[in-house]
Design a protein around this ligand. Structure first.
Ligand code: 0PR
Length: 403
């Protein structure tokens, strides 16, 4: 029975009788029509694009697979682990490296801190402070809240990167973990990871790199002359204990596909829970989720196999070419300016005159889905933003900045 809540709104009731499939699908289509579609080219501020075409096929084939019960789906689990090792290899993980495919950067970051806390406690240490850069993603607030850690945000430098000197001032024996971003949420900036690494090395402080977005961009970055531009952000930095790298962002895999890698996979067992009764036989889990999408995991494996380093390099080259061309137009504009020079395929743009909230509001009113940050509007140059859409977006930005 439909009922009314205290505000007088009608609440939908669980249907008593079923309806034919075509009627259900028709309603579903009609009611989701107002959703944005990546194909419209109006989603300009999201870190997610339409999944690669291969993903749709893999997903449909693998929909029933649950990699949370490895005994039932051993073939899928083997491919999932292989995908994890592909990612670890990309980020120069040593032979001990391993990890999990998870639901996204939120889960990866939370689980990384869960492990860090368990490892410290295993050594008899009760460390409770979590140091993150000012620009850190909201998942760090969640991690701190869930794990009862004290979150401290570290000031940024003029390039919007974590200021190492400020971080060093705050280090101490009660610090559980330090986080740096390789592709920060507002601007794609890369924190000084080598510098931070040298300051925390050997201190017992867990060092996590949040490369949720940048992990599948930075390794492929090169300039117009073809020279590699990748800053050292991964396991080559000796102090780095764990890294978040999300295939469902620039990896173009299906959602939900996050990645969490550990330098020493054995450490991740500090949070492991045994599950003796599974249908496929006794197993264990060290992720937040139990039942997990095998389809998403297989889509990551398939896509890496299909694209290879070459394929991803081509995707990043194209994205960077669009970013550079767009950045040049912003620099030449009298109405717009860049917040910083881009580190990857993300631009922060603001009006020369006028405030950012009204600027973003005008763009949204004109149906552009743009990211809003305190100092700028965020544009992410993903494959669904074609050249003609970027033309239109540039005009819209100029228009919004001229009011
Ligand atoms: N770490 C960093 C550095 C991130 O930027 C994000 C997500 C996460 C972790 C969390 O990842 P999940 O959302 O996969 O758990 N950053 C995007 C953002 O806030 C998430 C997003 C994606 C937002 C698509 C909107 C959107 O349309 O911009």
């Amino acid at each position: 029975m439909a009922g009314n809540d205290e505000t007088g709104r009608t609440r939908p009731a669980f249907p008593s009788k079923g309806r034919p499939v075509d009627a259900v699908l028709r309603e579903l289509e009609a009611r989701t029509e107002r959703d944005f579609h990546y194909g419209d080219g109006r989603i300009a501020g999201s870190m997610i694009s339409a999944p690669h075409p291969l993903t749709y096929d893999v997903f449909a084939r693998a929909l029933e697979k649950n990699v949370g019960d490895p005994g039932l789906f051993p073939g899928s689990v083997e491919l999932e682990l292989e995908a994890v090792h592909f990612l670890a290899d990309l980020l120069h993980g040593p032979a001990t490296a391993g990890g999990h495919l998870v639901t996204g950067g939120n889960e990866a970051n939370i689980v990384a801190m869960w492990v860090a806390r368990a490892v410290a406690r295993g050594r008899g240490e009760r460390r409770s402070r979590l140091l993150v850069p000012e620009h850190a993603h909201v998942s760090w607030d969640k991690a701190a809240s869930l794990l009862d850690l004290d979150l401290e945000r570290i000031e940024l430098d003029d390039d919007h990167r974590m200021r190492t000197a400020r971080l060093v001032d705050r280090l101490g024996p009660d610090v559980l973990a330090v986080v740096a971003a390789a592709g920060c949420t507002p601007l794609g900036c890369v924190d000084p990871i080598e510098e931070v690494g040298s300051r925390v090395q050997g201190s017992g402080i867990w060092f996590h790199v949040d490369a949720a977005y940048g992990g599948l961009v930075l390794p492929f970055l090169r300039n117009e002359a073809g020279d590699r531009l990748t800053p050292v952000f991964d396991f080559r930095v000796r102090a780095v204990d764990s890294i978040t790298i999300d295939p469902h962002k620039m990896g173009l895999a299906a959602q939900p596909a996050g990645g969490l890698l550990f330098r020493d996979e054995a450490k991740s067992r500090a949070v492991e829970v045994a599950i003796p009764y599974l249908a496929g036989g006794k197993s264990s889990q060290a992720t937040l989720t139990g039942t997990r999408s095998g389809a998403a995991a297989l889509s990551v494996w398939a896509l890496i196999q299909h694209l290879g380093l070459e394929g991803y390099r081509a995707i990043v080259d194209e994205a960077m070419e669009k970013t550079r061309r767009f950045a040049a137009r912003v620099r030449a504009s009298y109405r717009l300016e860049l917040v910083v020079e881009p580190s990857m395929n993300i631009l922060g743009v603001r009006p020369v005159r006028g405030d950012v909230p009204s600027f973003v509001q005008r763009l949204r009113f004109a149906s552009w889905a743009i990211g809003e940050f305190k100092t700028h509007a965020r544009i992410v140059f993903l494959p669904h933003l074609t050249d003609d859409r970027l033309e239109a977006l540039f005009d819209a930005l100029e228009e919004a900045a001229s009011n």
